[in-house]
Design a binder for this molecule. Structure first.
Ligand code: PMP
Length: 455
């Protein structure tokens, strides 16, 4: 540590690891794992641990860090704001210049019709608000019976009770019950998982299922449908081009609101400010977080149509708000972050370097026995690992061993789920760093067997 001069920790690494084991309840810690990677510094696409080891952050943390680590502009924006008006709430008639400026910027960038902003501190909070807005909108219109929400299997919307109840994997509900009722899960479109659609076109299958579900529950009982335009946590699942337009048409016909969860996909991750633009669909509510500040400070914004805002804000106003709604320092960091994304052309870079990275991964990995699929839109990519090319079945034991090998043997940090390695680097990624990701993946995956072991 001393040799690298990068750790200012008061403890030696071994001591930090011991204290971590004793004092921190980690999310998602695998069974019995005692090892820890103690990170102490970041710059661009790289981070360093307390022993001075360098890693390439091919995950942008969790698909968050658009502008890369170590940006002094963001530190300066936070310091300037903390030295002026550090924090105040925005309840009632109180507001602040930064919250106003950011709301103006976000809605100017948004598809037409999304004219108002409700601030949060993250994605789960955003989806809680989206759920509340949807039910409250119908309630205020005298249709309180519209309280069902449609979501999709394999979706991730967060871990609040509402957002967790909308998440389409049992892990967010099992053992935590009772969860929020009146949620129905539909089949998502996943072009690689052809067996989910029994030979039918995925969009036809999904739209037919949606119409049948609306008929069964009754449109007069359904408030909204929520979906990630491109599924992130499940592994960059890009829907067929006609899926969202057709779904939106059905929902509109039945007076059901459409909520887009763009917590991962907004602010350039897919090459656009909002991924809704790819599909030509404008939702009634659009939830953002993560890339809004590149994670430098927790923040989120829910974009709301004028129609929904007017209805929920009538007669006494929208009656709920978080302590940190409209936090001026978070808004100042977001503004500076959006400036960087714009000035450095990071949307175009996500499109160009994303395609370059995908081409490299495809040419070197497809054809390996355990690689089933490489998916990409912008700098949102996934490498799906399989034990059987025909069925697309998962690797036995999942993908954790592979993610560990990438970290230990290639110095590459990626996120993984049960089926896929998720590659979502900072949007400042250049081609030579993209080459390093491809080389590292090749080095490990060439030795990966369909039994899930890395030789
Ligand atoms: N929605 C989506 C699509 C996400 O990917 C995430 C986070 N990975 C969330 C919601 C939850 O956001 P947070 O962790 O900030 O609460």
């Amino acid at each position: 540590t001393a040799a690298t001069g990068i750790s200012r920790s008061r403890h030696a690494t071994g001591e930090l690891v011991r204290l971590d084991r004793e004092r921190i309840l980690h999310p998602l810690l695998p069974d019995g794992r005692q090892d820890r990677t103690v990170l102490v510094k970041g710059e661009g696409c790289r981070v360093w641990d307390a022993d001075g080891r360098e890693y390439l952050d091919a995950s942008a943390v969790l698909g968050v860090m658009q502008v890369g680590h170590g940006r002094r502009e963001l530190a300066a924006a936070a310091a300037e704001q903390l030295g002026r008006l550090d924090y105040f709430h925005t309840w009632g008639t109180i507001t602040n210049d930064r919250a106003i400026e950011l709301a103006t910027r976000l809605t100017d960038l948004a598809p037409p019709g999304l004219d108002r902003v409700f601030y949060t501190s993250g994605g789960s909070e955003g989806n809680e608000i989206a759920l509340r807005l949807a039910r409250y909108y119908h309630h205020r219109k005298g249709a309180s019976g519209r309280n069902w929400v449609l979501s999709r299997h394999t979706a991730y919307h967060g871990i609040g009770y509402g957002s967790g109840s909308l998440s389409g994997s049992p892990v967010y509900q099992d053992g935590f019950g009772p969860v929020v009722p009146n949620v129905h899960f539909l089949t998502p479109p996943h072009p690689y998982q052809k067996q989910w659609y029994a030979g039918e076109d995925p969009t036809d299958f999904c739209v037919r299922e949606l119409e049948a579900t609306i008929e069964k529950i009754g449109p007069e009982h359904i408030a909204a449908m929520i979906g990630e335009p491109v599924m992130g946590g499940y592994g960059a699942v890009v829907p067929p081009a006609d899926y969202w337009p057709r779904v939106a048409e059905v929902l509109r016909r039945h007076g059901i609101l459409l909520i887009f969860d763009e917590v991962v996909t907004a602010f350039g991750r897919t090459g656009r400010w909002y991924s809704a633009e790819h599909f030509g669909v404008v939702p009634d509510i659009l939830v953002t977080a993560k890339g809004i500040t590149s994670g430098y400070i927790p923040h989120g914004a829910v974009l709301v149509s004028e129609e929904v805002s007017e209805v929920v804000g009538a007669e006494g106003g929208f009656p709920i708000g978080f302590t940190y709604t409209g936090h001026p320092t978070a808004c100042a960091v977001a503004l500076s972050n959006l400036d960087i994304i714009e000035k450095e052309g990071l949307l175009a870079n996500a499109t160009g370097t994303g395609a370059y990275l995908a081409a490299g991964l495809r040419s070197r990995l497809l054809g390996l026995p355990a690689v089933g699929d490489v998916r990409q839109i912008g700098l949102m990519l996934a490498v799906q690992l399989v034990s059987d090319q025909e069925t697309g079945a998962d690797l036995p034991g999942g993908t954790l061993r592979v993610a560990d090998a990438l970290r230990e043997q290639a110095g590459i940090l990626v996120r993984n789920n049960a089926h896929a390695l998720i590659v979502s680097p900072p949007l400042v990624l250049d081609r030579s760093t993209a080459d390093k990701i491809v080389d590292g993946f090749c080095f490990v995956l060439e030795r990966l067997g369909t039994d899930g072991s890395v030789r």
